[in-house]
Design a protein around this ligand. Sequence first.
Ligand code: BES
Ligand code: ZN
Length: 458
Amino acid sequence: MAEDLARFLSDNDARIRDELFALLRIPSVSARSEHKGDMARTAEWVRDSLSSLGFETVIHQTKGHPIVVGEWRKAAGAPTVLIYGHYDVQPAEPLELWTSPPFEPTVRDGKIFARGSVDDKGQFFLHIKAVEAHLKTRGTLPVNIVFLIEGEEEIGSEHLAEFVSVHRETLKADAVVISDSTMYAEGQPSILSSLRGLAYFEINVQGPAGDLHSGIYGGAVVNPATALAQIIATFHDESGKVAIDGFYDAVRDWEPEIRAQMRELPADDAAFLKEVGASALGGEPGYTTLEKLWTRPTCEVNGLLSGYTGEGAKTVLPARAMAKVSCRLVPDQKPGDVERLFKAHVARVAPKGVTVTCEHLHGGRPWKAKLEGPIYDAARTALESAFGKAPVITGEGGSIPVVSDFEETLNAPVLLVGFGLPGENAHAPDEWMSEENFRVGMRAMAEMWDHYAAAVKQ
Ligand code: BES
Ligand code: ZN
């Protein structure tokens, strides 16, 4: 255990928390144009926090939100690590469901409540402070570090793959480290072995030119809300499998060793139901809950809009209906192939009498780790030392679109080590990050650089 680093972090605990809170107070919602100024302000905040540690920093403008890159390369002969994170957050609505306002960080019960606390501001910021511990106690770092903190992850990282490709020389690294995921359970450090990919669609159904009186016209005109419901009802068969032609063709079975490791994790469907507050499980038959979440593709309706949804009754035949639908993908499904299959399916099942359009909004490839090499060895040692427990290997149902691009473009292994916890309410009201995980995570990541430098030297 690196006592000097741990002491620095505990001596500076209050100041570090104040800094994190300042970052959490900026409403950096990437999806909303009214937050464009907040996005720029957050990028500057991240840049300044890296510059103040001696990093050479640049804010790169994109067609969307800026990307912050900070480089520290004074460890001659030592390996280079790229640390990726995202400073953008999901919209906070519905605001009335938050116990305390989303952009006023508040601690209750050892949890830091704020939009972005765990996804991902708290998690990338703990890396910045882990690096600070080295620089302020020893005046140096055992490895070279490049931070790449983007502002478009929550909207699909549209400009990042190209950015990584164009700047591949600057970003060149021996390993990529990302903390933007969760631990399997409290006190149980975890290394993530997979992410699902994504293909996200918007379907619009146009019926009559304008809203109509449902008594005067209803019965003789095709109702777009009903047409949309009919389309959506064709996405799954009765058993719960996705019924889009060809959808499962590229799905690869998980290796038996990884499945065996997964089956060793304590899993409890009753606890899962309690966590989500649902009364029954759903989905594809023949798979355990963890297998459904981590190893199988899905097709989910994310939002629906049509007709009158206000108080009381209004007799109206709506002119249009809209749905947001996303498919989560697993190796080796390709977002482009799923886009073609999905659009062909919607066109085939579209009812007559309405105009149906289907637009692909964004996508990302699935990812699977090789789980080998010095960065993984260093992570295992550092996590065990900081948490007092060896890490487990987990999978994940969520997506981080750029991970496969990092691996391919930079030809470097990616380590995903997250410090969120089950029930953290990412993307939902009352998002929180555990204070304890923030602190222990900082210590673990600070210590990891010593182990990594030593492992590479051997
Ligand atoms: N941090 C999440 C993804 C995640 C969650 C990974 C839990 C591992 C464990 C990330 O910020 C996220 O939410 N990504 C989006 C990506 C999408 C908008 C392209 C997602 O998965 O919905
Ligand atoms: Zn995230």
